[in-house]
Design a protein around this ligand. Structure first.
Ligand code: FAD
Length: 458
């Protein structure tokens, strides 16, 4: 049996390492800094301490997710958490002895190596993969299908690689926004490929915005822990604009509105012990103690709909990591649950494929949208400006409709952007990270998920 894993972040590397019996080909560009994983600062959440419990982690996950979580997926996430993190440790990965406490967690359970956890993880996993897994350094352009089943991938240079199973681990789509904490390639190309082949997407409207990304070149994410350690959010005159310890989405909206109405917002680092934060310290040394910040698209909760084994609705196709939508995060992701999600579900995908499954899930949605797939040219600049303008931390019907009109006829990633806007338009309520100015409350009428697919079935 031959499995093709697409993507070289934590999800792709870890899944590749989790197979025991099958031939694995890992297809991804080599440069680790193109993966979101490389930039992860906080760490991996898991209830390892005997005084902690996966059930408490579960409750924290549901609370953060506004109880919109797929309960089964969230339960799997927290219960497999200690096992996969222990596996990493047994393989030789060294975390700091004490986990961090992060916003939304009721126990210190974020395992880390300081504020460069992602970089260390990438180095470690890359080394482990070396010699164990065949690597093809390339981008995948298209999924190959036969009678509705995924049977391989087509690379950028036109070469085809056949497979009995394809695992998509291509990351999220937050770099479709102009302001983002993600590397520029995190535009959801893998998600688009899957949808083009007939996969269902869901939760596309749920994009987490990080409140404090520096307005420097390049932009740098200034971790929440800085605010925990005394950083303030101030205006031009040094006056506080909001309590910096309020929840992420509340702070993000306050900064957004202050910038729109009154002017710049700064993260004031004068009271922070900078020796604890090497990433932020580099900025501090260059720009001084007041760093201009704004919210930026950070994490895509939506993606290719999967069950708790990573199976999509397409036979032969699994998805894992940020490109997938297991539903575990609900309407807002709890900090440090996404590296964990890649580890837990990557491990389960490998088990599932090696068990040679014959059952395939069908997904029920509250409602469905079929998006006309346009083959035309892609205009990524227009896509980024449009999403930034109409689908940021606050949305409303009028501007969402304008955005959809503006992107009419735009091919490639324009299709994914239209799907995101359609999803945001459909959800006439505010829930988790999705805030509609024209519908500021949650509504029972939208207590379920929207399924999105493209009309491309060939
Ligand atoms: C600044 C920052 C800080 C973060 N901090 C944390 C944290 O502390 N804790 C936490 O849990 N999460 C954190 N996150 C989120 C977390 O890093 C990501 O959700 C996670 O790393 C996603 O892993 P992934 O493997 O799914 O995707 P990625 O790491 O993005 O990897 C995707 C891979 O797929 C490749 N790829 C894409 N398209 C193709 C294609 N068509 N063909 C071949 N290859 C392709 C890419 O090149 C890349 O190698 C952070 C994110 C950012 C940006």
């Amino acid at each position: 049996m031959r499995v093709v894993v697409v993507g070289g972040g934590i999800a792709g590397l870890w899944t590749s390492l989790s197979f025991r019996k099958v031939e694995v080909i890992l297809v991804a560009p080599r440069d680790p800094s193109r993966a979101n994983t490389f930039w992860a600062q906080g760490g991996i959440a898991a209830a390892l301490d005997p005084h902690d419990s996966p059930l408490v982690h579960y409750e924290d996950t549901l609370k953060a997710g506004a109880h919109f979580n797929d309960k089964r997926a969230a339960m799997v996430l927290v219960h497999y958490g200690p096992m996969v993190v222990n596996k990493l440790i047994q393989m030789g990965f060294r975390f700091n002895p004490r986990p961090h406490l992060e916003g939304g967690h009721s126990f210190p359970r974020v395992w880390n190596t300081g504020d460069e956890t992602g970089r260390r993880l990438m180095e470690f996993l890359e080394e482990k993969v070396e010699g164990r897994v065949e690597r093809v350094e390339a981008y995948v352009r298209e999924l190959l299908t036969e009678g509705g089943r995924v049977v391989g991938v087509r690379l950028e240079d036109g070469r085809e690689v056949e497979a009995d199973a394809v695992v998509l681990a291509t990351g999220g789509y937050a770099a479709l926004w102009r302001r983002t904490s993600n590397p520029s390639g995190s535009v959801g190309y893998g998600i688009l490929m899957a949808a083009r082949a007939g996969a269902y997407l869901t939760d596309l409207e749920f994009v987490q915005f990080h409140p404090t990304v520096s307005l420097t070149d390049p932009p740098v994410l200034l971790t929440e822990a800085l605010r925990g350690a005394g950083a303030r959010l101030v205006d031009e005159e040094g006056r506080d604009i909001i309590n910096p310890l309020l929840p992420r989405d509340v702070v993000a909206r306050a900064i957004h509105n202050h910038r729109r109405r009154y002017g710049p917002v700064y993260l004031d680092l004068s009271k922070v012990p900078m020796e604890r934060f090497p990433v932020a310290r580099r900025l501090y040394e260059r720009y001084g103690e007041r760093i201009p910040v704004s919210p930026a698209a950070h994490y895509s909760i939506g993606g290719v709909r999967t069950d708790v084994w990573g199976r999509t609705n397409l036979r032969g196709l699994w998805a894992v990591g940020e490109c997938s939508a297991t539903g575990a995060h609900g309407a807002n992701r709890l900090a440090s649950n996404s590296l964990l999600e890649a580890l837990v579900f990557g491990y389960r995908v490998a088990i599932d494929i090696e068990n040679d499954v014959s059952e395939w899930p069908t997904f029920g949605f509250m409602d469905e949208r079929v998006i006309d797939y346009v083959e035309g040219d892609e205009n990524l600049d227009l896509v980024r400006d449009t999403l930034e303008e109409v689908a940021g931390v606050e949305r409303e019907e009028r501007s969402l409709r304008e955005g959809i009109e503006r992107l009419e006829g735009i091919g490639g990633l324009g299709n994914l952007a239209r799907a995101i806007l359609e999803a945001a338009l459909w959800r006439e309520e505010s829930r988790g990270v999705h805030y509609r100015k024209d519908h500021p409350e949650a509504s029972e009428a939208f207590a379920g998920r929207l399924g999105v697919r493209f009309n491309t079935i060939r």
